[in-house]
Design a binder for this molecule. Structure first.
Ligand code: NAD
Length: 312
C-alpha cells in the first residue's frame, strides 16, 4: 500500500520509512505548500500523513482509495474534518507526544512575560541598570491564571501554576464540574475571564467559535497589568487588535508561540509591538518529541492499514 507524506520539517524521515517499509508498504513524500500540490499527490494514496499542508475538501474529493489521514501533531485545523467524515475516511492525530514540552513552554513564556525578563534585558542592553522592574509587577503568587480550554496540555499548565501558588480558573465547555473539582480549578464562564484574569493562557482548538477569541472587545475588558499567552494556534488571537492593545497599554504584555502568519516576516509589526515575546512555534520541541511524533504518526498509518486488512 502507498503511504503519502504531504510535507514534513524534520531533519529526515528515516524513522517513518523504517516503520512503514518494515510493514511492507511504500512511502512517497513531498513538501506540499499548496492545495493543488496536495490534490496531485493524494489521488492514489492509501494513507495520507500531513504536517502543515492543507488537506481540504478538494484534496479529499480527489482521493480515490484513501483509507485514513494522519496528522503529524495534535491540532487538526489544516484538515477538513467534515469532508473526510462525509467520505468515510478516518482522521487520526498524535495527541500525546509533547504535552509536557508545551506545558513547560507555556509556563516559560508566562514567567518571562510576568517577571519582565525580556524588557529588563532590553533595558540593560540600552545601558540602563535599575533594580526595579520596567512595568508594574503584581506578585505571581497573588495572581489568577485563566485557562481557555482545560485539556491535556492545559491541565499540566494548571498544576505547574498551582505549584507557584497561583489561583487557577478555566473555561472549558467539555469538562464536567467533577473534573474541574479534581483539578482544583474553578470553572468560570468565558465572560468572567476578562475581568478576573491576571494571565490568560489559550489551550482550546482553533475552530469557528474560538477564531479570534482574543480581540479588541475582550482586550478592552482586561486589566492593564494583564498578560496573554498563546501556545495553541495563532488564529485564536486577532493579531492587529493585539498589536494595538500592546502599543496603547491596554494590556501589559503578550507571549505567543503561535501566530496567525507563520513564518512571521522579519519586519512584521507584531515583532515591534511593546512588551511582546514571540517564539517560533517551538513549544512542542525537545530532543525526544520529534522522534516520538514521527514514530507515532508512522505507527498510526500502518495500524490503520492493518485494521482495514483485518476487516476485509
Ligand atoms: N505550540 C505547539 O507547539 C503545540 C504543540 C501541541 C499542541 N498545540 C496546540 O495546543 C492546543 C491544545 O492541545 P491539547 O492536547 O491540550 O488538546 P486537548 O484536546 O486535550 O484540549 C483541548 C480542550 O479545549 C476544549 N475546548 C473545545 N472547544 C472549546 C471552546 N470553544 N472554548 C474553550 N475550550 C474548548 C476541549 O473541551 C478540550 O478540553 C491544540 O490547539 C494544539 O493544536 C500546540
Amino acid at each position: 500500500m502507498k503511504i503519502v507524506i504531504t510535507d514534513w520539517n524534520f531533519p529526515n524521515i528515516d524513522v517513518e520509512r523504517n516503520i512503514i517499509e518494515t510493514a511492507g508498504h511504500t512511502v512517497v513524500d513531498a513538501q506540499c505548500k499548496t492545495e493543488d500540490h496536495v490534490i496531485d499527490l493524494v489521488k492514489d494514496a492509501d494513507i495520507v500523513i500531513a504536517q502543515w499542508a492543507p488537506v481540504k475538501a478538494a484534496a479529499i474529493a480527489a482521493m480515490t482509495q484513501c483509507k485514513g489521514i494522519v496528522r503529524y501533531g495534535i491540532g487538526l485545523d489544516n484538515i477538513d474534518l467534515e469532508a473526510a467524515k462525509s467520505k468515510g475516511i478516518p482522521v487520526a492525530n498524535v495527541p500525546d507526544y509533547c504535552l509536557n514540552e508545551v506545558a513547560d513552554h507555556t509556563v516559560a513564556l508566562m514567567l518571562a512575560a510576568q517577571r519582565q525578563i525580556i524588557s529588563t534585558w532590553d533595558r540593560i542592553n540600552k545601558g540602563t541598570w535599575v533594580i526595579t522592574s520596567p512595568q508594574t509587577l503584581p506578585p505571581l503568587r497573588q495572581s489568577t491564571l485563566a485557562l481557555i480550554g482545560l485539556g491535556r496540555i492545559s491541565q499540566r499548565v494548571a498544576s505547574r501554576a498551582q505549584a507557584f501558588g497561583m489561583s487557577v480558573i478555566a473555561y472549558d465547555p467539555g469538562l464536567s464540574p467533577e473534573q474541574f473539582a479534581e483539578l482544583n480549578v474553578e470553572p468560570v464562564a468565558l465572560e468572567e475571564i476578562w475581568e478576573r484574569a491576571d494571565i490568560v493562557s489559550l489551550h482550546c482548538p482553533l475552530i469557528p467559535p474560538t477564531h479570534h477569541i482574543i480581540n479588541k472587545e475582550v482586550l478592552a475588558k482586561m486589566k492593564p497589568t494583564s498578560i496573554v499567552v498563546n501556545t495553541s494556534r495563532g488564529g485564536l488571537v486577532n493579531t492587529n487588535d493585539m498589536i494595538d492593545a500592546l502599543n496603547n497599554g491596554v494590556i501589559a504584555s503578550a507571549a505567543l508561540d503561535v501566530v496567525e502568519e507563520e513564518p512571521l516576516s522579519k519586519d512584521h509589526p507584531l515583532l515591534k509591538a511593546k512588551n511582546m515575546i514571540v517564539t517560533s512555534h517551538t513549544a512542542w520541541h525537545s530532543g525526544s518529541s520529534i522522534t516520538e511524533l514521527q514514530t507515532l504518526a508512522a505507527e498510526k498509518a500502518v495500524d490503520l492499514l492493518t485494521r482495514i486488512k483485518e476487516v476485509v
